[in-house]
Structures are given as structure tokens and as C-alpha cells.
Design a protein around this ligand. Structure first.
Ligand SMILES: Nc1ncnc2c1ncn2[C@@H]1O[C@H](COP(=O)(O)OP(=O)(O)OP(=O)(O)O)[C@@H](O)[C@H]1O
Ligand SMILES: [Mg+2]
Length: 364
């Protein structure tokens, strides 16, 4: 049902204060029908508070919430038809899997026969068939996580709210569950709001990502747009690895933009559409580690800079190599494989090339 005109959820200037803390500030956001939208931001930026307001567990201090065209700002949780997976799962440990999943259906007084069918279907969706009579404490972390998911989807919610559902899992299981969550989303077509503070998880899973900081939205965009065209310094630094160069003055020279950085460094980029940046203006350059490359010998290369190797972090498929680039500060390169560790030992002088054509350039 993707692309339907009427939005699944609308938040209109929603704020939430707890005494002195303003957890969410005049936040407006539209969630499209059937999309998997991710809220991404550092700890304490207001993600759980926002989810709690959508589910009805917290009442906004101001603003309104519309779900499926109906204003639910004053509607209690059990009348909202939202399914939520809490940050700590919040399963009932003394009940078995079936009763945990059936909980919301009992509250809705569903007939026994129908309930058994619905729970069976939900358990199938999360690949837990055959475990209905198991106690919660006899399950692994990953299985508990699936029970929490089944409990949320069994009520056929208008919106599925997932609060860091994978954060308790180890790295391997987490990767597998990310793929499964995405598949579950394709199968059910449920409008989903997913919360994480893990940017890789957000980039891998989402149709769109909302980056939050201190109760406010910084940017809403697809994963690709967010990585390539972050709207500001916060988003640039929060999404993926990035090097922030010292402030530069820029001017144009033919088809080039020239950046002058204190310490006598001059870098060049091809002119592209940068309407926000005028000549003489202070600019900030952000460069991804994959856009810095090693230069062998005296080979000419754009934006060649001398530097000293300070560390290698071997990652398997690639190595993150840290260098001291003098006036440009400390930079990090991403070099394929691990050969660089022996070829450019710590302390050695190397030359790197900075590809500014792919850099993020933001005005002062
Ligand atoms: N019930 C509460 N009473 C007082 N302050 C609260 C309450 N709930 C949240 N806060 C505050 O509101 C802010 C946002 O909290 P919230 O739990 O929404 O953050 P979060 O983005 O979910 O963080 P995390 O990634 O750590 O889960 C924090 O400063 C937090 O301390
Ligand atoms: Mg939280």
C-alpha cells in the first residue's frame, strides 16, 4: 500500500516536557502508509518519548497526533490500535509464549477459536511455530525479541512501534534479525516506526530516516540521501564515519572552487550546484574516509597532502588508517584489505589525495 495519498500518522507541533526537561520540541512529522521509518538519534534525544506519545502512554504537553485520519491526542492507548515493542521487551515472564502473544487479544475480548488462529499466524510470521507453550525464561534473547514482535503484530495494528528492539542482541543475531525485520515488513506491509541509535542499522533497514537531536528533527531523508547529502554538521557527523576539516574560505576559479585553509593549505573541487555557498564565505568540508586515498610515490593526484601515519584499525575487509595531516588535523582513511599496515607503518610519512568532489560542503 506504499505511496497511498493519505498519511498513516501525522505529528503536528508535538512537544513534551518533564519538569525542566524538554524531551520533544514542536516536532512535526508525517509517516506514509506502509513505510518503514526510522527514528535515529543519540541517547536522550527523545525517541522513546515520541513513541510513547504515539502509543498513548505519554500525553503531549502541546500539539496533536493523528493516526489514520483520526485525532488520537486524547485517546487512551488501548483504543489507538498501535502495536509496540518496548526497549526491554516487557514480556510477562510467568506466562508462556501463547499467553504473552494473546495478551492484547484477550484485552479486546476476542473469541478463543479466533485467538488461537491469530496467535498461530503471528508466531508463524516471526518464525516461532511450535514454541507456543514454552515459558519466556526458557527462551533465548532472540526468541524473546520475536515473542515481543508477535505480540505487537497480532492485533493488526495501524502502526507498529519498535523501540530499539534489537539492542539486546549480539552482533551476529542482530544482523540476522535486521534482515528478518525487513522481510516481516515486506510480508505484512505494516506502517512501522523503528527506533535505534545505531546508524548502520538505520541505513540498512529503513525506507526513510528521521535524524533527531535534543528533541528536534535535524533531517528526514532516504538512507542514500542522508549519507550523501547531510543537511548540517550534526547529521554529517552522526551518519557514518566522516572527517571534518578545519574551516575554509572559498572562492571560484574557472570551473573550480578553491578552498583556503589556515596553515597555507589550498584544496580544490569541481564547481557543482552549491547555491548556499558564496565567494569569500566560510565553509565546512566533511570528507568520508573512503574519499581519502593513499598516493604512491610522486604520482600526481588532486589535493595531495603530506601526513604521518598514527594508527591502523584492521576491520577485515578494510583498514581504517589514521594520519596526522598537519594543518588539516587528524584524518581517517578507509583502505581496502590489510596490506597498508605493513606498507605504511605507524610513524611513516605518506601522501594522501582528498577527493573533494564527493565531499559534503556546508556554509559557515
Ligand atoms: N518520565 C520521565 N521523567 C523525566 N524525564 C524524562 C522522563 N522520560 C524521559 N525523560 C527525559 O527526556 C529526555 C528524552 O528521553 P527519551 O527516553 O525519550 O530518550 P531516548 O532518545 O529514547 O534515549 P535512549 O536512546 O537512551 O533510549 C531525556 O533527557 C530523559 O532524561
Ligand atoms: Mg529510548
Amino acid at each position: 500500500m506504499k505511496g497511498e495519498a493519505s498519511p498513516a500518522v501525522e505529528l503536528i507541533k508535538v512537544s513534551k516536557s518533564f519538569d525542566a526537561v524538554q524531551a520533544v520540541r514542536e516536532l512535526s512529522l508525517t509517516i506514509r502508509q506502509g513505510e518503514l521509518l526510522t527514528l535515529l538519534g543519540p541517547s536522550g534525544c527523545g525517541k522513546t518519548t515520541l513513541l510513547n506519545m504515539l502509543a498513548g502512554f505519554e500525553v503531549p504537553s502541546a500539539g496533536s497526533i493523528v493516526i489514520g485520519g483520526r485525532d488520537v491526542t486524547a485517546v487512551p492507548p488501548y483504543r489507538r490500535n498501535t502495536g509496540m515493542v518496548f526497549q526491554n521487551y516487557a514480556l510477562f515472564p510467568h506466562m508462556n509464549v501463547f499467553d504473552n502473544v494473546a495478551f492484547g487479544l484477550r484485552m479486546r475480548k476476542m473469541a478463543k477459536f479466533e485467538m488461537a488462529r491469530a496467535v498461530g499466524h503471528a508466531l508463524e510470521m516471526v518464525k516461532l511455530e511450535g514454541l507456543a507453550s514454552r515459558r519466556i525464561r526458557q527462551l533465548s534473547g532472540g526468541q524473546q525479541q520475536r515473542v515481543a514482535l508477535a505480540r505487537a503484530i497480532v492485533i493488526e495494528p495501524k502502526v507498529l512501534l519498535l523501540d530499539e528492539p534489537l539492542s539486546a542482541l549480539d552482533r551476529n543475531l542482530r544482523g540476522a534479525m535486521q534482515v528478518e525485520l525487513r522481510e516481516l515488513h515486506e510480508r505484512t506491509g505494516l506502517t512501522t516506526l523503528f527506533v535505534t541509535h545505531d546508524q548502520e542499522e538505520a541505513l540498512g533497514l529503513s525506507d526513510r530516516i528521521v535524524v533527531m537531536s535534543r528533541g528536534e528533527i535535524q533531517q528526514v531523508a532516504t538512507p542514500l540521501e542522508l549519507y550523501r547529502l547531510p543537511a548540517n554538521g550534526f547529521v554529517a557527523s552522526f551518519i557514518g564515519e566522516i572527517n571534518r576539516l578545519p574551516p575554509a574560505r572559498c572562492r571560484t576559479e574557472g570551473n573550480d572552487v578553491v578552498f583556503e585553509i589556515a596553515g597555507g593549505i589550498v584544496l580544490r573541487a569541481r564547481k557543482r550546484n552549491q547555491p548556499t555557498i558564496g565567494a569569500g564565505q566560510e565553509t565546512h568540508l566533511f570528507v568520508r574516509p573512503e574519499h581519502l586515498t593513499l598516493v604512491e610515490g610522486d604520482r600526481p593526484a588532486p589535493n595531495r597532502v603530506s601526513c604521518r601515519v598514527t594508527a591502523h584499525l584492521y576491520q577485515g575487509a578494510y583498514t581504517l588508517t589514521r594520519v596526522d595531516a598537519g594543518p588539516l588535523g587528524n584524518l581517517q582513511l578507509r583502505v581496502l584489505g590489510g596490506e597498508v599496515i605493513a606498507a605504511a607503518p605507524i610513524g611513516s610519512q605518506i601522501k594522501i589525495s582528498i577527493d573533494l568532489d564527493k565531499a559534503v560542503i556546508l556554509a559557515g
